[in-house]
Design a protein around this ligand. Sequence first.
Ligand code: ZN
Length: 219
Amino acid sequence: MKSIILLSGGLDSIVALGGFMDKYNIELALTFNYGQKSAEQEIQATKKISDFYKIKQKIIKLDWLKEITKTALVSDTQIPTEDLDTKNSAAAVWVPNRNGLFLNIAAAFADAEGYDYIIFGANADEGTTFPDNTENFREYVSKVFELSTLKHPKVIAPLINCTKNDIVKIAIEKDIPLEFVRSCYNSGNKHCGKCESCIHLKNALIANNANKYINILFE
Ligand SMILES: [Zn+2]
C-alpha cells in the first residue's frame, strides 16, 4: 500500500502528511504552481517538508490556470484583509475547480504508478465556505476514480472533521515541524498576518499556546 499527498505547505497539508504518513505510507507529494502569489514560498516550504519526511516530491506547473481566473491569489487584485469569513472573501480567493483538478492529476499518477490513496488536507473550517473541502466532495471524487482509473485510488481527507484549532493540536502532539508551514496568500518572506489564511493560523496557534511559532512565522 502506498499513497500520494497534495502538499501546498499550508497548515492542513503538513499535518495531513506528518500525522498520517505511517498509516497511509505516503511516498509522493504533489505541489502545484499555478502562478499564485505565494508560489515561490510554498515551493520552498514544501521542499523542506518533503525532505524532513523523506518523501519524493513533484512540482507541477499549471501556467494556464492563472490565465482563466481573476482570483486575488494570482492577479493584481489585493488579497482581502477585511470582511473575512464571508461569501465575498471566499469568492475573492476561489480558483476554478482547484481541488477537483489537483485530485484528478494525482489520480493520473496513482493510476500510472500504482498508488492506493490520495490524501488531501480538507478540514471542517474550510468546508463551511468551500464546497470542495467537504465530505460530500471527497466521496464523489473517489467514486469518479472507480470509473476514470484502473487503479481506483481512494481519496482520503483525514482532517475532514477537524477545525484549525484541532489541527494545530495534532501538530503539537505529533511534533510536526510547524516552523516549515507556509499558509499565507501573499508573497512576503514571512506570513503577512492579515489575510484570511494567516488570521486562521494565528488564532489556532494562540488557542494552543503555540506562540513560539507566531514569532517564527509572522512579520
Ligand atoms: Zn497572509
